[in-house]
Design a protein around this ligand. Structure first.
Ligand code: S3P
Length: 279
């Protein structure tokens, strides 16, 4: 065997070990996330990731390709997060609720912890129209904006494992709620008018609140919307006084029965395909 052939051979063997190890790693991640679920242990533990990265950086301290290896390791961790999200969700999660309840904050937290894709509805609509939400309302009117929301929700149907952070009014249209239910579960976030006022005070991109940021106005609008929000929701979570991670945990826990139900349905369909029912 000449030198080149031997080196190629060694490299192949090395890659084989890496692939086998990665496969084993995926299985462990799957088992770990399910074990945590079954035993009521918090799924979200970002400090674990930091601890491991620190220790590996130290281990490779003097190695010239430390940065390259750590970049690969980052990708591995990223894919691990996505595996966890597949184990825990495997459907779209639509976050609905009044302005300022924290839909964007919770989407960002779920993205950080599970590397899930986030559809920030207001942001996408603003981007597509090349102007802010306030400008869209002013220039084209609310009806136009609401149609943009419906169109965007229709696009969500083809992918799973996305977090869709809906604009506060999106769940007011039944057609939008119907779209949400086709591909996922609807999580209603709530907060008290005081909390809402506190959170929206500094922003100026909420045309329905601008110039009327008062407890009275917020309470009135919230009460008017409440029946539609509750009707749309599969899960309701109050966010007052809770951290983003605590709310993520609550979403995970409350979504599990729906996920199990979906799995059972998929299994039943599979069985029926193998053994078609007698006519
Ligand atoms: C709206 C909420 C806003 C935005 C628009 C209308 C509403 O989104 O879509 O200003 O009708 O409640 P946020 O809930 O993200 O603030």
């Amino acid at each position: 065997m000449d030198k080149l052939e031997k080196l190629r051979n060694d490299l192949y063997m090395c890659d084989e070990v890496i692939i086998d190890m990665l496969r084993m790693r995926c299985q462990i991640v799957q088992e770990l996330v399910n074990y945590k679920q079954e035993n009521g242990i918090p799924t979200v533990q970002p400090q674990e990731e930091e601890r491991k990265k620190k220790s590996f950086n130290k281990k490779l301290e003097d190695y010239q390709y430390r940065k390259s290896i750590m970049k690969v390791y980052d990708r591995i961790l990223y894919q691990s997060k996505r595996i966890q999200s597949h184990e825990l969700f495997d459907l779209n999660v639509f976050l609905i609720g009044f302005m300022g309840v924290g839909k964007s904050t919770i989407s960002a937290a779920l993205k950080e912890v599970f590397a899930m894709d986030v559809i920030e509805m207001d942001e996408i609509i603003a981007q597509r129209n090349g102007m802010s939400i306030s400008e869209i309302f002013e220039l084209h009117g609310e009806e136009y904006f609401r149609n943009e929301e419906t169109n965007l929700l229709r696009e969500c149907e083809n992918k799973k494992n996305q977090i869709i952070s809906c604009g506060g009014g999106a769940a007011m249209r039944q057609v939008n709620v119907d779209e949400m239910k086709k591909s996922g579960k609807v999580v209603l976030l709530t907060a008290s008018p005081d909390t809402i006022l506190d959170r929206v005070q500094a922003s100026h991109d909420r045309p329905l609140l601008e110039n009327n940021k008062t407890i009275e106005h917020i309470t009135k609008l919230m009460e008017a919307r409440e029946p539609a929000y509750l009707k749309a929701a599969d899960i309701v979570i109050n966010t007052d006084g809770k951290s983003a991670y605590e709310i993520c945990e609550e979403i995970i826990a409350k979504i599990q029965p729906f996920r199990e139900e979906a799995q059972a349905k998929a299994e039943a369909v599979k069985t029926e395909e193998v053994q078609p029912a007698q006519a």
